[in-house]
Design a protein around this ligand. Structure first.
Ligand code: TYD
Ligand code: MG
Length: 471
């Protein structure tokens, strides 16, 4: 007799109140050794897939790349929405790839995958319609149908098949009958494989189900999408090894009160992870935002009526450049204190102290508030200069003209430091019709040769120079 943890599968010769391996409480259950052996064999009955004969031994690299290269052939995705998804996947859907999509509850994972399913089923550029199988372990077929109706997907989706199940063997049997163009599993934490110990969502189950689906994907060349839940700490629930098994890991992100959704690639065996897809959640599902640079600008900024305390930062995220509005408010009050949203408190403290010490701003008798619009978290240090400029503008009660943008990191000496991808940032600013861009002096020269459609790039050495140039 042995004791096996139902969560992680760790076995022990004696009973423990909490599992020695995963520390789950009260999960050790008694199992006879013969039973576990029997069970293991049974679970692996039909899904061990024979490998192609030419893969059985080591091959020459030069032989491998002859003929059609699988990794360069992709299922193209059509339309604006398809282009956005394609960009994140690194240029299309690779046959037989296993893609994991993680994200907070309610962020829109099921909606996204239902739309991808409908799009792949319709075909478009990749040929005519073909079946796509959407499996839900969380919602009934009627619920998904209702959702699709609300999203107005009634037309052109005859080839989208819905099935509600949590049993992997049952699902793969249905998939083999249908031989779909793609398979979607919503979510991996609700799936179980008969004969594997532990409940659905436990480490053992998630591991085994994912490995089984991987074998299915690789042997049939059907791309498989898995939806993964995220724990409180923001990681995909279940074993870390899940992210190692799959080919592509995408995270879906979005602020609770904003309709924008971001799809970020954090692992991609077939392309760059430097990609970000931008979508907007609407009544009819997710719409791609193909020109997202302006989504974080408030309406005031797009108007001509300018207030003191506003400055524009230029940040790069993945392959995308965004202009973000920073708001600051200085009011007389207790010695320098304040409240910040959207930037780390330590960064705020540093910038205000540098403004006082190195630029001579008498902020000591002020309460300072700083806010990054749209609830964005600004971690790119290229936003430092805009934060400082917004504080100066409010303190001096002098509005910054709304055709000026700021790029640069601030050092402790008040000096401006260069940041990565300067050209890309400056180009994005000029495309939006800005007239001036304040950059660190060190970056000015390399930007001189760019065609910026009449926008002036002004290089400044330190904060004092910036204040003299702008105010
Ligand atoms: P959902 O895809 O169910 O999230 P997840 O699978 O990540 O838990 O989407 C949840 C939210 O999206 C829900 O709160 C409602 C909203 N939504 C829309 O705004 N428009 C739509 O067309 C749909 C289908 C959902
Ligand atoms: Mg869902």
């Amino acid at each position: 007799m042995i004791w096996v943890c139902s969560t992680c599968g760790n076995s022990s010769s004696q009973w423990w109140g909490s599992c020695k391996s995963c520390e789950a409480m009260g999960t050790m259950t008694q199992t006879s050794v013969s039973q576990t052996e029997f069970v293991e064999d049974k679970s692996r009955k039909s899904w061990i897939v024979p490998r192609k004969t030419d893969e059985l031994g080591p091959q020459r690299l030069t032989d491998v790349n002859k003929g059609v290269n699988q990794l360069t052939w992709r299922i193209p995705l059509s339309g604006v929405f398809g282009a956005e998804v394609s960009r994140v996947l690194g240029g299309g859907l690779v046959p037989g790839c296993l893609v994991l999509v993680g994200g907070d509850p309610g962020v829109g994972k099921s909606t996204l995958l239902l739309q991808i399913a409908a799009m792949v089923a319709q075909g478009g550029d990749s040929g005519g319609p073909a079946p796509v199988l959407y499996i839900s372990g969380e919602e009934s077929v009627e619920q998904i149908g209702n959702r699709a109706d609300r999203m107005g997907m009634g037309i052109g989706t005859e080839e989208l098949f819905l099935y509600s199940s949590t049993d992997i063997e049952d699902i793969l049997e249905k998939a083999q009958l249908l031989s779909p163009r793609a398979l979607i599993i919503d979510s991996i934490q609700t799936m179980y494989l008969k004969g594997v110990s532990g409940s659905a969502g436990g480490i053992m189950q998630v591991n085994e189900c994912t490995s089984t689906l991987l074998r299915y994907a690789k042997s049939t060349d059907v791309p498989v999408f898995l939806i993964g839940h995220v724990t409180k700490t923001g990681e995909i629930a279940g074993p870390r090894v899940l992210e190692h098994i799959v080919d592509v890991v995408l995270y879906m992100e979005g602020e609770r009160y904003s309709s924008h959704r971001f799809l970020r690639s954090v692992k991609n065996r077939f392309g760059s992870t430097d990609e970000l897809g931008v979508f907007e959640m609407s009544q009819s599902g997710l719409q791609a935002v193909s020109n997202p640079s302006e989504i974080f600008l408030s309406e005031q900024q797009l108007d001509f009526d300018v207030l003191a305390g506003l400055a524009i930062a230029v940040i790069v995220d993945g392959s995308r450049t965004f202009l973000i509005e920073i708001q600051a408010l200085c009011t007389p009050g207790m010695p320098v204190s304040g409240s910040v949203t959207g930037i780390p408190q330590s960064r705020f403290n540093m910038i205000t102290r540098v403004l006082m010490k190195q630029a001579g701003l008498k902020l000591q008798d002020n309460v300072i508030f700083v806010n990054v619009v749209s609830g964005v978290k600004l971690t790119d240090t290229a936003g430092d200069l805009a934060i400082a400029a917004a504080i100066c503008s409010s303190f001096l009660e002098s509005p910054i003209p709304n055709d000026v943008a700021f790029i640069g990191e601030i050092g402790l000496g008040g000096e401006l430091r260069g940041v990565s991808r300067m050209e890309k940032r400056v180009n994005a600013v000029s495309k939006l019709g800005y007239r001036k861009c304040i950059v660190p002096k060190s970056a000015e020269k390399s930007l001189a040769s760019l065609d910026l459609g009449g926008m002036k790039v002004l290089g400044c050495k330190n904060l004092k120079e910036v204040i003299n140039t702008v105010f």
